[in-house]
Design a protein around this ligand. Structure first.
Ligand code: GRF
Length: 215
């Protein structure tokens, strides 16, 4: 994959600031990816407009129109498969996924989660870090497995929480970190430096003992 662009499909549910970073870096040629499609489970996701502005095909698969997760995820799988991606990137995708979906793309689906996993899987991560009086907070990129926010970690970025911080400031600061962190990891994947084997992350052929820290 080093000589050609890594084909990616991005799944979103919201604003899409991480998606925008990928669009920009791909357009500038600083990240060797071609974003083949953006799929949203929410018709009002701001990221859809970002994709449309960049002439990237978009799909809305509205989860509220499905009676269960399985039939919804079958549509998601079909939509992804149309584009034959090397990598599926979750960028603020807010649905719990079925094992069928996760296992279909095992080793080639990654997520970015706004906490220093294994701390704070799930929602309200910034609020929980503040309520617990944590001195640091951050974001994690990990391979997606059946365990919600529990797949093998790849890399993290951290920041110190200051006395002035509140949920809003932390969300903004964490997103700024993410816009550097996610492209780093995607570049490694495109360069064939990352792999998932036996539920472990491998980097350059070595089992990763700790998350890689991106400053
Ligand atoms: C990010 O903070 C990401 O960690 C989390 O959802 C947020 C998405 O933000 N999974 P955006 O839609 O990319 O702006």
């Amino acid at each position: 994959m080093t000589q050609k662009n890594c084909r990616v499909v991005v799944l979103i549910s919201g604003e899409g600031s991480n998606l925008q970073t990928l669009i920009d870096e791909s357009a500038q040629g600083t990240l060797p990816v071609s974003i083949e499609a953006v799929i949203s489970n929410r018709p009002d996701a701001g990221g859809l407009k970002r994709a449309q502005r960049a002439n990237i095909p978009t799909h809305i698969i509205d989860h509220t129109e499905f009676s269960d997760r399985y039939s919804f995820d079958i549509q998601i799988i079909d939509a992804i498969l149309k584009y034959n991606p090397d990598l599926v990137i979750l960028a603020g995708y807010m649905r719990i996924m079925t094992p069928d979906l996760v296992n279909r793309f095992s080793g080639r689906m990654i997520n970015i989660h706004p906490s220093l996993l294994p701390k704070y899987p799930g929602l309200k991560t910034h609020q929980r870090a503040l309520e617990n009086g944590d001195s640091e907070h951050g974001s994690t990129v990990h391979f997606v497995t059946e365990v919600l926010d529990g797949g093998p970690v790849i890399a993290q970025s951290k920041l110190n929480i200051t006395n002035d911080d509140n949920e809003t400031t932390l969300i903004q600061k964490i997103k700024r970190l993410e816009h550097k962190l996610y492209p780093h990891v995607i570049q490694w994947f495109a360069d064939n430096r990352l792999a998932l084997r036996d539920n472990q992350t491998y980097f350059d052929g070595e089992k990763l003992q700790h998350p890689i820290i991106i400053e």
